[in-house]
Design a protein around this ligand. Structure first.
Ligand SMILES: [Fe+2]
Ligand SMILES: [Fe+2]
Length: 192
């Protein structure tokens, strides 16, 4: 594998791994603040980042040993409003800088497997940003977010709100590959 694409895969594995961990912590914080749907959204998207990390990791199975991952993370956790701001910023960076560059380099270097893995993440992070922005608008107004089931493709991590499609629009996986994150509690709304 070409060295530059390989380093990008290592970096992307690092970035997705950190995002998974951040969102799990953010989910716990949202739970404490009585935003169960925001907690569920963080839990679902943490799972999607786990899928992304795994996809990148599998592209690196030719390696053997230790490497430094150079990945941007967003730091400064706090209340859920702040955590959603960090989440939107992290997704924004991935959509506008990281994955477009990684995809371009992988294409130039003829690294098809890496390109596919970056492309799957890129398509997904756009949805993540939208969902986090929706949650942020609700939380900024003092409410939990109204949220239908969140579906995550176990192959490419693609994430959507609503019913699982017959085929994943990003990787074409079948409906049964989608994992649903469903509201199983009564939603309590904070009074304004
Ligand atoms: Fe994401
Ligand atoms: Fe998929």
């Amino acid at each position: 594998m070409k060295e530059m694409t390989q380093q990008h895969l290592i970096n992307a594995f690092g970035g997705e791994s950190m995002a998974n961990m951040r969102y799990r912590h953010f989910s716990n914080q949202a739970e404490k603040e009585n935003f169960p749907n925001v907690a569920r959204l963080f839990e679902a998207i943490a799972h999607a980042e786990y899928i992304h990390a795994g996809d990148h990791y599998r592209e690196l199975k030719h390696l053997d040993g230790g490497f430094i991952a150079g990945s941007k993370g967003t730091f400064g956790p706090g209340k859920t409003a702040q955590n959603l701001k960090l989440a939107v910023e992290g997704e924004q960076f991935e959509i506008t800088e990281m994955y477009p560059v990684y995809m371009e380099v992988a294409k130039l270097q003829g690294e098809d497997g890496a390109y596919r893995s970056f492309h799957w993440s890129y398509q997904t992070e756009k949805k993540h940003k939208e969902l986090f922005e929706k949650a942020k608008r609700a939380v900024d107004a003092g409410n939990d977010v109204d949220l239908d089931p969140i579906q995550v493709c176990d192959v490419c991590g693609y994430t959507l709100e609503g019913d699982a499609p017959d085929n994943c629009p990003v990787c074409s996986a079948k409906k049964k590959q989608f994992r649903a994150f469903v509201d199983n509690r009564r939603v309590t709304r904070k009074t304004p």
